[in-house]
Ligand binder design. Structure first.
Ligand code: SF4
Ligand code: SF4
Length: 450
């Protein structure tokens, strides 16, 4: 763990308030005064989202010293706490460090003032998703509880429209519905595969495209506000940065460094691998017509004992376990930190409902309950479509933002600044080497004395 005094020695530049329009202050020269135009709306937003505790921060630096992920150079989250209290929204929106935090709340539990830096960073990330989103009004709706019916209504209407147009399109294009020859009781009479695949593919690509606009904005802002030459350590190439980041994500290496909420690593990993398993199955189904490996039990619709059906069920269980652990975790730590806000719970509830309706559909299908199985499947599809449509605006967008910030941290050299854990590992290794050379000498001296 780094020395708190060392953390405090990262002096903030002298600050003067003025009325001009807000720009990202240049702080490369710490002796130059920095002019700040506080974003009062941003300060109000932090308050509304339940983290006005940041005002209690006295800049002691305990949080930065506690965080095992934070580098020694310009450590977080102390500096983000001061930027938040100054209303420096633009700087925080472009700050990659905000996304290097895994919200373990180790820092919040150690903060002597109860300023809750872990949750403050989480709310800043939420604001960041909304800030870079395109179109922004969708992100605003996702953040407003009063828009929940509207958000549910859009995928419901789109799916109903697709079903209403199913027969006219089949007739116009001469599509013969494929009923599936392995399962004699398929869904395709109501939800034909061609319709679901084309419909979901279209909205997935649309959502990804819109999400990439936001990510492009975020990348450019990081490069402008925190250029690679800010960091002494050399960065990696873009390709290598991406590979290193993907490895880090798959192994959850950074996550595992957090001490306090070790269970978060498992819950997150479980949700991550659940999503990965279900995405693989979906990809297999989508590419079915052109997939040369689609033989026997691998043909969709799958039999109950098909390896892909089993993988999908295991993925669903992994999601349930991960989400369950997340909920338990939130209530376990609620005395020291908050249990999360609407934005967090919206995603948790959506994933939970998707898994529950997925299993309900499977069970109702198994017992041939008509029309219940189709109704359950319809609700399941509406929720999945909602998850896809609002992906760039919901908490799930952290998949893209965190990955982008991690890639940028590798690319810019930010990540090459050694973390405290890595320093501790190095020091331990050096001590062990010293011990292995000094221990035989000590033993010889002791023997001589005796
Ligand atoms: S958030 Fe808490 S621990 Fe961090 S600098 Fe402020 S008072 Fe200290
Ligand atoms: S929540 Fe955890 S990862 Fe984030 S700044 Fe605090 S200690 Fe570091």
């Amino acid at each position: 763990m780094a020395d708190t005094n060392a953390v405090n020695s990262q002096a903030e530049p002298q600050v003067t308030m003025r009325e001009s329009s807000q720009t990202i202050p240049e702080s490369s020269d710490e002796n130059e005064p920095v002019f700040i135009d506080p974003d009062l709306e941003f300060i109000q937003t932090l308050r509304k989202r339940g983290v006005d505790t940041y005002k209690k921060c006295m800049q002691c630096g305990t949080c930065s010293a506690t965080c095992e992920i934070s580098p020694d150079f310009e450590p977080f989250p102390r500096k983000e706490m001061s930027w938040a209290s100054w209303g420096m929204k633009e700087r925080l929106m472009a700050d990659p460090d905000v996304w290097l935090c895994y919200h373990c709340n180790d820092c919040s539990t150690q903060c002597p003032r109860g300023a809750n830096p872990g949750d403050t960073l989480a709310v800043i990330r939420q604001e960041s998703i909304q800030h870079w989103a395109f179109p922004r009004f969708l992100a605003r709706w996702v953040n407003e509880p009063q828009s929940i019916l509207l958000l549910l209504g859009i995928p419901t209407a789109l799916l109903l429209l697709a079903l209403a147009l199913k027969v006219p399109i089949e007739e116009a294009l001469g599509i013969i519905p494929r009923m599936g020859d392995r399962i004699v009781y398929p869904y395709s009479s109501v939800f034909p595969h061609w319709l679901l695949i084309s419909f979901f593919l279209f909205f997935s690509f649309l959502s990804l495209g819109l999400g990439m606009i936001g990510i492009g904005r975020f990348w450019r802002a990081m490069k402008k506000a925190f250029p690679p030459d800010r960091y002494a350590a050399p960065g990696k190439g873009l390709f290598q940065s991406t590979l290193v980041t993907l490895k880090n994500i798959f192994t959850h290496d950074d996550f595992a460094k957090c001490n306090k909420s070790f269970s978060r690593t498992w819950s997150h990993m479980s949700v991550f691998f659940g999503f990965t398993a279900l995405s693989l199955v979906a990809l297999w189904i989508i590419t079915g017509r052109i997939n040369p490996f689609m033989q026997g039990d691998f043909v969709y619709p799958f039999s109950f004992l098909s390896p892909w059906k089993i993988l999908a069920n295991v993925g669903g269980i992994a999601l349930l376990v991960g989400i369950g652990l997340m909920i338990v975790d939130r209530f376990k730590i609620k005395e020291e930190t908050s249990i999360g806000n609407y934005f967090d719970w919206m995603l948790i509830a959506t994933i939970l409902l998707i898994v529950i309706t997925g299993y309900a559909t499977e069970a109702l299908h198994y017992y041939r309950l008509e029309p219940h199985r189709h109704l359950a499947y319809f609700v399941h599809l509406v929720l999945v479509l909602g998850l896809i449509l609002y992906l760039p605006y919901s908490k799930l967008a952290h998949m893209f933002f965190r990955t982008t910030a991690l890639i940028y941290a590798e690319y810019s050299g930010r990540k090459a600044e050694l973390s405290k854990t890595e320093i501790a590992i190095q020091e331990n290794a050096e001590q062990n080497t010293d011990q292995s050379t000094t221990e035989p000498q000590a033993a010889a001296a002791k023997a001589a004395n005796s």
